[in-house]
Design a protein around this ligand. Sequence first.
Ligand code: T4K
Length: 370
Amino acid sequence: MEKDIITVTSPLLPDLDEFHQMLQEIWDRKWVTNNGEFHQRFEAALCEYLKVPYISVFTNGTLPLITALQALNISGEVITTPYSFVATTHSLWWNGIKPVFVDIDLATGGIDPDRIESAITPRTTAIMPVHVYGKPCRTKEIQAIADKYGLRVIYDAAHAFGIEVDGRSILEEGDMSTLSFHGTKVFGTTEGGALVVRDAKMKERIDYLKNFGFAGETEVVAPGINGKMDEMRAAFGLLNLRQVDAAIKSRRQIAVRYREVLRSVEGITFWDDMPGVRHNYGYFPIFVDAEKYGMTRDELYFKMRDQGILARRYFYPLISSFSTYRGLPSSTRENLPNATRMADAVICLPIHHELTDADQQRVIDAILKR
Ligand code: T4K
């Protein structure tokens, strides 16, 4: 029955009356998209909340990746990881760039900086790391390599809304960072996304690129795309910004409870908070060691599913194993032992702002009673 289903996440929804009032304003203005008032207010509010200087909002979290690569004229080969959502690598493919997969670091799930240099060739132009689950990558080491070889760094920070390290936004790392505001994220606008950039000139370029390349009524300065966010979603985002802190707080309580109970379960591991990091608890991945736990990851996953608990195996299978990418020289299991291991062990448990104690207990019981 529908009410018995526990989903991995649930969208953060604004108060309907407040949303209706904002819709009324849009109706009154008769201005629905193309850098409208809510769009401008949303960008300003995001800069303040996220502590970043310049942001450009988009209609989803994939177009910012594609646009970042365009804006920085990235070509040839880009180093990335296969432990992500397919959109990361697809953005390279859509720009005619060859992805070069480098293995991840088991402590962060992000790219292992120690393995980057050996993957650099004369065709390498950039690195695209992923702050997977919002866990910060080893950004200092990545930047040092990028500086040494003159490479750009574009972070896929789709999961990293509001993540700070020692009070500084993680989105300030590298040349650019992208965000996803998909409904499944901690902070959402139904569909949506953003690109965080360092200076006003680049923000202007991005704004052209997401508007077909138009720089004025009659001038097109680049082959841009349509990535503009409409007024309805900008209004949705403005309202959600008011409640995202409360949502993160609720998610944190759920993470704390999972850790308390699961710490003593043999064969189940997970990550603790990192010192100095403000986390957003967007995901709660656990890793199943079949031998110690007495059940494989998939056995546990399907058992939960049978009980109506829709946990997810993010990110299994690895991107490198999908048919488009399987034939790449860097896609072998031998090249990607940690990513393979993590993808084979992971289950992301249900975590969201509305998960009840009773439902969380059902998830816990499913794991404990094996
Ligand atoms: N880079 C990374 C690292 C990403 O993770 C993503 C997206 C991107 C880039 C690209 O950003 P976007 O272009 O998507 O903005 C979801 C999302 O569609 C996707 O945004 C996300 N990553 C990915 C990790 O997960 P699915 O296929 O898992 O979604 P779905 O429809 O199965 O939903 C999962 C659960 O969420 C459902 O069981 C119930 C709940 N849900 C979902 C929706 C859509 C709701 O309760 N309400 C809803 O409206 O992909």
